[in-house]
Design a protein around this ligand. Sequence first.
Ligand code: 5GP
Length: 190
Amino acid sequence: MSKQGKLIVFSAPSGSGKTTIVRNLLNRDLGLEFSISAASREPRTNEIHGKDYHFISLDDFKSKIGNDEFLEWEEVYANNHYGTLKSEVQRIWDKGKHVIFDIDVIGGLNIKKQFPEDTLAIFVQPPSIEELKRRLEGRDTETPEKIAMRVAKAETEIEYAPKFDYILYNDVLEEAQDEAEKVVSKFINS
Ligand code: 5GP
């Protein structure tokens, strides 16, 4: 891969609001483009193939691992693999844009390790585990078992926060969005 632009990583427990913050940043004039991950899980009803994720089968995912096509990948939940394709990042750089990622904590730190100078790794911190659970329940897309699984994972993910370049507290969404824009814009222009 030939590096051209910068890499902005947003990682956080599911339900922390990071997807909303990332979408908001994409609408501001920062020259960012979203890295569409590959995922082996089923699409949710509102999700679009090639926009939210490249939804592929587990077999296909495994063959891409074998062909060294991923910059990073993780089995985030049992049998649900997620990964960043090298071709996706290169595609964005080739357009002269910076790449923004919405990926899990381990994946985020993995990208930072590969591009230490050019990556800004931001951890979105939810106000509390209780609030996180409320948000996941309000989303109404997951079964109680899946919510419990995501809450349990969140508890371990929060321990990784200090390893990130920046911790963004998402208590009041509008404030977190403005803060995110400031931090990202400063990094891009540095
Ligand atoms: P969801 O199933 O809610 O879309 O995503 C589950 C988790 O997988 C989220 O924490 C999301 O950020 C993470 N994720 C999405 N894409 C990637 C990826 O390419 N790599 C890694 N490591 N995690 C990802």
